[in-house]
Design a protein around this ligand. Structure first.
Ligand code: SF4
Length: 439
C-alpha cells in the first residue's frame, strides 16, 4: 500500500486571545474555520495524513517530519508564519503560505514559501496539492472567483476538542460590501457572497453540539437572504452567536427573528461614538444616534451585545477614552471590546498614513489592533496606548462589569463571564514590555 504523505496545516499564534491559567490553555475565541476547511478540501485520493495545529491552543510540532506544510496567517501573525516557514524549509520541507496578508502582500510572502495561495482556496488549494503530488507545484496559485457552494464540511474531527470557548463554527456568507478604509477584507476585494441556505442548514443540523458561531464578517448584507436563513434556523432549536452590521436593525422584523432563530449574542462594530470619525473611515452607515435604540432592542429580546470601539481616529483627542467608557457604562454595552486603529497593509488608511510619514514601523506582529503602529493626529502614540489600556482597566473592574451585566437575567453567565475574561486579558496588556516598537 502507498505510504501516506504527511500534511501539516498550521495557524500561527493568536497570542493576545489566549487564556492561560495553569494547565488550562484555551483560546478566548471560537475555533478558527480556516484550517478545518482547508483540511476538508484535501482530495481523498491523494492519501494525505493531515494534522491541524492552531498555535493558540497547540504546540507547533517542530520535531515531526512532514511532506508538506501549509501555513495560513493574518497580518498580526505573519511574522511567526515566516519564522515557521523558514524553519521547515531549512529542514527541506516545502511550505505553502496563504491567508489575507499573503493575498495583500504576495511578493513579500513569496520570499518565505515554495508556493503561495492568494484569494480563495476551494479550487486553488486542491490544484496545488495535485501538482505537489505530481512533483510540479507552481510558485503561485490564485483564485479570484468565489466557489461558495457544495463546500465540504470542515474537518472538525481534526481540531483540538477542548481548546475553544466555542468549538463549532459555521460560515454562511463571505466577505463584506463595506469599504472601511482600514479593513483588509475591503482592501483584498473579496466581494460578498452567500452560501446556499440548505447547505448551511444541513451543516448546522449535524453539528454535535447545540451551540455554534457564524464567523461571517457581515451576514446581513442581503436582508432577504439573512431573514430566510434566520427563519430556517428556527426549527433546529440551536443557539448561536455572530457578527452583523448596524444596518440590519433598520428592518423591524429582524430582532424578533433573531430571537426565534436562537441568537444568543451578536458582535457589532460600533467603532466610534463620533459620526465624523465614522464618516472619515467610510463607515458612515453607523449612526451614533441609533446605537441606543439598537442596544435597547437587543436587550429587550434577550440578545447579548458585544460591541467593538476603536481608538486613534484623526478626530480622537485624549478625551475620547473617558467619553467612550462613559458611553459603554451608560448604555449598558454587555461586553465591550476595544481596539487601536490599525491601518492594515495595502488599505487606504495605510497608504494615507504612509504618505503623511505617520507610520511608526512595518513590524507586522504589532498590526493586530492591540498596539499603536502610527502617529495619531491629536495625541502622541504613548498617550494613545495609555488611554487604550486605561479604558480596558476602567471598564472591566468587577464592580463596573457587574453594574453593566447584573440586569441581563439568564444571560448573566455569558455577559459576566465575558467581562471576567477581559479582566484577565488586561493583565497581559499591562505586563507587556515594548508595547510601542521603534522603527
Ligand atoms: S470593517 Fe467590517 S464593515 Fe468595514 S469593510 Fe471590514 S468587514 Fe466590512
Amino acid at each position: 500500500m502507498e505510504k501516506k504523505r504527511k500534511l501539516l496545516i498550521l495557524m500561527p499564534d493568536g497570542r493576545i486571545h489566549k487564556l492561560k491559567l495553569g494547565p488550562i490553555n484555551k483560546s478566548f475565541r471560537e475555533a478558527p474555520l480556516t484550517a478545518t476547511s482547508l483540511a476538508a478540501l484535501v482530495p481523498q485520493e491523494l492519501n494525505f495524513d493531515i494534522k491541524i495545529v492552531d498555535e493558540s491552543v497547540d504546540k507547533v510540532p517542530l520535531e515531526e517530519h512532514f511532506d508538506l506544510v501549509a501555513i495560513s496567517c493574518l497580518t498580526g501573525t505573519v511574522v511567526k508564519a515566516y519564522h515557521y516557514a523558514d524553519f521547515f524549509r531549512s529542514k527541506g520541507i516545502p511550505v505553502v503560505l496563504g491567508g489575507v496578508h499573503v493575498t495583500l502582500m504576495p511578493e513579500e510572502a513569496s520570499l518565505h514559501a515554495d508556493a503561495i495561495v492568494t484569494g480563495f482556496a476551494e479550487t486553488a488549494w486542491p490544484a496545488l496539492l495535485n501538482d505537489f503530488v505530481d512533483g510540479k507545484m507552481l510558485k503561485h496559485y490564485c483564485q479570484t472567483e468565489q466557489h461558495f457552494y457544495q463546500v465540504p464540511v470542515p474537518r472538525r474531527d481534526l481540531q483540538r476538542k477542548s481548546g475553544y470557548m466555542v468549538p463549532n463554527v459555521v460560515s454562511a456568507t463571505r466577505g463584506c460590501k463595506g469599504t472601511c478604509d482600514f479593513c483588509s477584507v475591503s482592501a483584498a476585494h473579496f466581494g460578498w457572497s452567500t452560501r446556499p441556505i440548505p447547505e448551511v442548514i444541513d451543516e448546522v443540523k449535524n453539528l454535535p453540539k447545540p451551540r455554534f458561531v457564524f464567523n461571517d464578517v457581515s451576514m446581513g448584507e442581503d436582508m432577504d437572504y439573512f431573514k430566510q436563513l434566520l427563519t430556517e434556523l428556527i426549527p433546529l432549536k440551536k443557539k448561536w452567536g455572530g457578527l452583523v452590521s448596524t444596518k440590519v436593525f433598520h428592518d423591524p422584523e429582524v430582532l424578533p427573528l433573531l430571537k426565534k432563530s436562537g441568537c444568543l449574542y451578536l458582535l457589532l462594530g460600533f467603532e466610534s461614538i463620533s459620526n465624523i470619525s465614522l464618516q472619515h473611515i467610510s463607515k458612515g452607515f453607523n449612526k451614533v444616534e441609533e446605537y441606543k435604540q439598537i442596544i435597547d432592542g437587543m436587550h429587550h429580546f434577550g440578545i447579548v451585545l458585544m460591541a467593538c470601539f476603536i481608538f486613534g481616529f484623526d478626530e480622537d483627542d485624549k478625551t475620547i477614552f473617558e467619553k467612550t467608557v462613559d458611553f459603554v457604562n451608560d448604555y449598558k454595552v454587555d461586553i465591550p471590546r476595544y481596539a487601536i486603529f490599525t491601518p492594515y497593509p495595502k488599505t487606504e488608511a495605510f497608504n494615507k498614513l504612509e504618505r503623511e510619514g505617520r507610520l511608526l514601523h512595518y513590524h507586522w506582529q504589532h498590526y493586530d489592533t492591540q498596539h499603536v503602529v502610527f502617529v495619531p493626529k491629536l495625541m502622541t502614540p504613548e498617550e494613545l496606548d495609555r488611554g487604550f489600556i486605561w479604558s480596558y482597566k476602567k471598564t472591566f473592574t468587577v464592580a463596573s462589569s457587574l453594574k453593566r451585566t447584573i440586569y441581563t437575567g439568564k444571560n448573566f453567565p455569558i455577559t459576566f463571564g465575558g467581562n471576567l475574561a477581559y479582566n484577565i486579558y488586561i493583565h497581559r496588556l499591562m505586563n507587556e514590555k515594548n508595547r510601542i516598537l521603534p522603527a
